[in-house]
Design a protein around this ligand. Structure first.
Ligand code: PMP
Length: 405
């Protein structure tokens, strides 16, 4: 019989994908070398498969030199590597017009969003214009826009900053409210693809219709690239920033993709220095690995694991799961949790709970999760998953959490 409830569907997905997942998990040395530890902090940074480690070793031991500077073979190979990975990123993101877009390498999402805020946004804003930005997402997707507002104010250019409306304080965005709020002076919208605390897919594809064809949209894809299929064509955004280290590549790698269609080109200002060639090589290997594994299957796997955890927590009165409450129903119609579940124990503080969980081998995040001002103000425990996590790990975690309930 076909599964009917969300719970049954999750169990069916985990059973169907089990052999596929076991083969992939075996490719993460840090996971297989530490069987007693359970890594549940992939939203902070992800572990690396052997293929990425091998690509790093290869780049450093075969043709390693600086890029864009010399003209001997290793330098040329490095220059070609950087140019090739730009195109690789475009294809990975489903870029429909790669000849018209640009990719700038960054150290991560924060730097990518700041690049847009510093080197592009001021060019398109005039006195009295408005921008719409998220107040309860990651600080990295609020601070740069407020900084741009401050810098422009010093030049006598006053910009209105409006809050991108949410359905509830912790649900996805509200496109109807956004349509009402957007007006002729709206010049820019910043949004987040997957919320880093609540795990909800924020329905970014609905923003374009709400704001019309001319308003540039900038997407923080820190929690979606590497976790689910991401298509800039389907989302109809103009900028997309992501972190390589959350997408199985090395720390210090990342990129911002720019469509270059609405407004001027994004041209990073100032001297940018040497590119992180090794990080860029690792990014190419990570994207190849993710594509071969199948980001659709990674999404099904991590959504099913998150559902298993939130379903277990929902049955324990001692815990409060944060985020869109309607997504906790047994047959949730809204906002699947994309591999992230954040919760509180009603009697045990989050850092104590984190300490107890680590005594059982579980590595979780316990604090305010860098959430911007309008978000939750108190500390909580975040469990964030990737393809190497298993249903057995979730069941072991639930057993410990149950013993504390
Ligand atoms: N945005 C979101 C949604 C994030 O989760 C994070 C990292 N936690 C960032 C931005 C910042 O990423 P990075 O530290 O790699 O710049």
């Amino acid at each position: 019989m076909a599964p009917t409830t969300a719970r049954d569907r999750g169990a069916a997905a985990l059973a169907e994908l089990g052999p596929w997942q076991r083969a992939l998990r075996a490719q993460f040395p840090i996971i297989t070398d530490n069987p007693r530890l359970v890594y549940l902090d992939s939203a902070a940074t992800a572990q690396k498969p052997q293929a990425v480690l091998a690509a790093v070793q290869h780049q450093l031991t075969t043709a390693h030199a600086n890029a864009g500077r010399g003209s001997y073979p290793w330098a040329n190979a490095s220059t070609d590597l950087v140019a090739g990975v730009r195109e690789r990123i475009k294809s990975f993101l489903g870029d429909p017009a790669p000849e018209r877009s640009a990719v700038h390498f960054t150290g991560g999402t924060t730097e990518g969003l700041r690049l847009v805020a510093r080197d592009w946004l001021p060019e398109v804003l005039a006195d009295g214009d408005e921008i719409v930005v998220p107040f309860a997402d990651h600080e990295a997707n609020l601070a740069p826009w407020l900084e741009a507002q401050r810098l422009l104010a010093r030049q006598g250019v006053r910009i209105g900053v409006r809050e991108l409306p949410y359905q509830t304080s912790s649900g996805d965005y509200d496109p109807a409210a956004l349509a009402r709020l957007a007006g002729p002076r709206t010049r820019f919208v910043a949004a987040t693809h997957v919320h880093h605390v609540y795990g909800g897919n924020m329905n970014v594809h609905l923003i374009r219709r709400a704001v019309g064809p001319d308003v540039p949209i900038c997407l923080d894809a820190a929690q979606s690239v590497g976790h689910l299929p991401v298509s800039v064509a389907e989302l109809d955004v103009d900028f997309l920033a992501f972190s390589g280290h959350k997408a199985l590549a090395l720390p210090g790698s990342g990129a911002v993709w720019a469509r270059q269609a609405r407004g001027p080109e994004l041209v990073p200002g100032g001297w940018r220095g040497s590119p992180n060639t090794t990080g860029i090589a690792s990014l190419a290997a990570a994207l190849d690995w993710l594509e071969a594994a199948g980001t659709d299957r990674i999404a099904r796997w991590t959504v099913a694991l998150a559902a298993r955890l939130s379903d277990g927590l929902r049955r324990l009165d001692a815990y409060e799961v944060l985020g869109c409450q309607r997504s906790l129903a047994a047959d949730a119609p809204v906002q699947q949790r994309c591999g992230i579940v954040t919760f509180r124990h009603r009697g045990i503080g989050a850092s104590d709970l984190g300490f107890i969980l680590f005594s059982h081998g579980f590595m979780v995040r316990t604090d305010g999760h860098c959430q911007a001002g309008a978000g939750e103000r108190t500390s909580s425990v975040r469990v964030s998953l990737h393809v190497y996590n298993t249903p057995e790990e979730i069941d072991r975690l639930l057993a410990v959490l149950t013993s504390l309930a």
